[in-house]
Design a protein around this ligand. Structure first.
Ligand SMILES: O=C(O)CCC(=O)C(=O)O
Length: 316
């Protein structure tokens, strides 16, 4: 599988970023984030997981049985998993200054990270969290997880112009199976989620290093490669949008003016900011079977006006 093109040289150039995103559906940045910051987050994550018995004592050998959620999902409710998600460093990742600068250059000055601090409850075992901690076991221990299928985040979140930033927390080479995208596949509209079978046409990935970031549009087909190592793969995927795109009501808990808003201690950190109250909230479920497809300000969507042909480029 071919390597990503590195967009680091154009990271501050809005027009160039948008042009490449429109063509490829993805943007990869080698070493965009401070390696020490990401490394410190990984260190804290591993400490929490260790404390909760994910590893054989004194080693990095995975303890059995594997901690996994239902139907290939992340193990929400596991104390190690929940403890890691609750770390200031994990929550702070989506507010990282370098990442925010990049997402604002690409999406617009009003771009904001979607919230991810919803707590798990008995009634809501999989709360809406737009930043997802991935703890992917070796395939020999857990053969299937939900990121393995070729899919589009639009099918989950139902907002066309939403963007994902996928961040390795540890070095993730091809043997550990990082994320792959199908370059250009976003332009074909919706696909039915399917197992990644053809790693040829258009598929791209890399040997990820700590500090790298992969950004892609909600219509970009992507899939996680199998973890053929004997170690736990740790990564985070976090999501951003403009205030011009609608906010799915499940995320209104990040918006100060909303009845669903709730506070957590990390909000006193200087990096934190609420979801802007200018965003329009739409009542919609996540994982809707047929979320409404709309035009995009960034990529061509079959059946809708092409943004490149519209007179004015998006001003945001
Ligand atoms: O990291 C994974 O295993 C899957 C990630 C993914 O599908 C996503 O970020 O949308």
């Amino acid at each position: 599988m071919q390597d990503f093109e590195d967009s680091s040289p154009i990271a501050s150039d809005r027009a160039a970023l948008r042009g490449r995103l429109r063509e490829d559906g993805y943007l990869f940045f080698r070493g965009l984030l401070d390696r020490e910051v990401v490394g410190a987050l990984a260190g804290q994550a591993l400490a929490v997981l260790t404390e909760h018995g994910w590893f054989e004592p004194g080693t990095r050998q995975l303890a059995l049985p594997p901690r996994k959620g239902e139907e290939g999902r992340s193990p929400h409710g596991d104390p190690g998993y929940e403890g890691t998600v609750a770390l200031d460093a994990f929550q702070g990742l989506s507010y990282d200054a370098g990442l925010r600068r990049l997402m604002r250059t690409l999406i617009g000055d009003d771009a904001f990270p979607l919230p991810s601090w919803a707590q798990r409850t008995a009634e809501n075992p999989y709360p809406a969290r737009a930043s997802v901690l991935r703890t992917v076991y070796p395939q020999s221990l857990v053969p299937v997880h939900n990121g393995m299928y070729e899919h589009q985040d639009y099918r989950v979140f139902g907002v066309v112009d939403m963007f994902t930033a996928w961040v390795p927390l540890i070095p993730i080479d091809r043997s550990m199976g990082g994320l792959a995208v199908r370059a250009g596949g976003h332009a074909n509209g919706l696909l039915t989620d399917r197992r990644l079978v053809d790693s040829g046409s258009g598929w791209r990935t890399t040997d990820y290093e700590v500090g790298d970031v992969l950004v892609f549009h909600a219509l970009t087909p992507h899939a996680a490669l199998p973890n053929n190592s004997d170690r736990l793969r740790l990564s985070a995927d976090t999501r951003f949008q403009s205030t011009k795109a609608p906010l799915v009501s499940a995320f209104a808990y990040g918006m100060r003016g909303s009845a669903d808003f709730f506070e957590t201690p990390f909000m006193s950190q200087e990096w934190w900011e609420p979801v802007p109250d200018t965003v329009r909230v739409v009542e919609r479920e996540l994982f809707e079977a047929e979320p409404p497809l709309t035009a995009s300000d960034f990529v061509p969507v079959p059946g809708f006006p092409d943004p490149a042909l519209l007179d004015a480029a998006p001003a945001h």
